[in-house]
Design a binder for this molecule. Structure first.
Ligand code: PEP
Ligand code: MN
Length: 371
């Protein structure tokens, strides 16, 4: 147990905590969590708590003031909840210094994770390729998915998307073609040579995903922890969409479920979050892109289609996402958006997609990347 004593009355508590925080910031002691005890906590109570924490495997850095004592926990606190300390009457407050998403965070994994699917590269490797994922919201027919697959491939897309199991708000809306849709998507993969991504909604569907290159977990299932554990065991690349109203911390804790189950191939997808303003379908959180790039080592993909819900706005948001540092874009493309069974209003025509790809190539170049 390390210890240092400072003179500290109650009026100096603020300075005392600040000084401790500065010490922690400097990482002189590699402290991961700090526990502030109530003023005048008896020494025997402090000692009992220290012994209890040491028994759990933590090293304790003790900062003892005249009135207040602060414990700095050194060790792996990723499995320790801040709230668990508050049951102890002697504890005033608890602060986490290191992030709770140990596996997703850069602290223990400084190098970028790069995920490959067919010819597509997701993440920042020496090639610095940007991955464009394109295709319809839902697989509707053989003719439709093959036509879109050929068109997006010709325009330079690297991965084909298409939902077979659709999470619809209304139970009366088109729910996707299910296993027939999976077969059609695999047929489009064979014809086009593009790797494919499609959404998994239930553990029961996993057997149908053998030929699928990337499993998508949709926004509505971001906190379906059993599903996350299962895709974690599958070992296949997983694209996890940020939940409709999820904080970044909640998003990353969900990522942590997949990583902790042993699957390192996780792609983060920002698809807009729900805010107070409905003028767009969702609000694209552009600032999360550099934030995730800084804090995590995982590839970041942006879905501008579900973010804004309007096809005319999609190219602008796609360009903005590339400028903000995204590793990939996922765009909905339909051969005839007016007749689409799902999300036609936000789907680009093949011609609009081809035009976007030309523009994106220039934006990618500015960022030192290729399409
Ligand atoms: C989708 O990509 O088909 C989809 C349903 O998106 P989200 O989960 O982001 O709503
Ligand atoms: Mn859609």
């Amino acid at each position: 147990m390390g210890e240092f004593a400072i003179s500290c009355g109650p009026q100096k508590l603020y300075t005392f905590i600040l000084r401790t925080l500065v010490l922690i910031r400097n990482r002189r002691y590699n402290i991961c969590m700090i526990v502030v005890l109530k003023p005048k906590t008896r020494p025997d109570v402090v000692e009992a708590l220290v012994a209890q924490l040491e028994e759990k495997g933590f090293k304790i850095h003790l900062s003892r003031g005249e009135e207040t004592t602060i414990l700095g926990l050194i060790g792996d606190t990723s499995h320790t909840r801040e709230e668990s300390f508050l049951a102890n009457d002697a504890v005033e407050s608890v602060m986490r210094v290191t992030s709770p998403y140990k596996l997703a965070g850069r602290a223990f994994h400084p190098d970028n994770t790069v995920i490959r699917a067919g010819n597509a590269v997701l993440g920042r490797d020496s090639n610095a390729q940007l991955a464009v994922i394109a295709g319809p919201c839902s697989v509707e027919s053989e003719e439709q998915i093959i036509a879109v697959a050929k068109a997006v491939k010709a325009a330079g897309a690297k991965i084909l998307r298409g939902g077979a199991f659709k999470p619809r708000t209304s139970p009366y809306s088109f729910q996707g073609l299910g296993s027939e849709g999976m077969d059609l998507l695999l047929a489009a993969k064979k014809t086009s040579g593009l790797p494919v991504i499609t959404e998994l909604m239930s553990i029961n569907q996993l057997d149908l995903f053998a030929g699928i290159d990337i499993i998508q977990i949709g926004a509505r299932n971001m906190q379906n922890y059993d599903l996350l554990k299962e895709v974690g065991l599958s070992g296949k690349p997983v694209l996890l969409k940020r939940g409709l109203s999820s904080t970044v911390k909640e998003f990353l804790m969900s990522v942590e479920y997949i990583l902790a189950a042993g699957n390192p191939h996780v792609i983060l997808c920002e698809r807009g979050i729900r805010t107070f303003d409905p003028y767009t379908r969702n609000t694209l959180d552009l600032s999360v892109i550099p934030w995730l790039q800084k804090e995590t080592h995982l590839p970041v993909v942006v879905d501008p289609s579900h973010a804004c819900g309007m096809s005319w706005m999609v190219p602008t948001l796609a360009k903005a996402a590339v400028a903000a540092g995204a590793d990939g874009i996922m765009v909905e493309v339909h051969n005839n958006p007016a007749t689409a069974l799902c999300d036609g209003e936000q789907s680009l025509t093949p011609a609009a997609f081809a035009e976007l790809m030309c523009k994106l190539a220039e934006y990618a170049k500015l960022e030192g990347r290729t399409l």
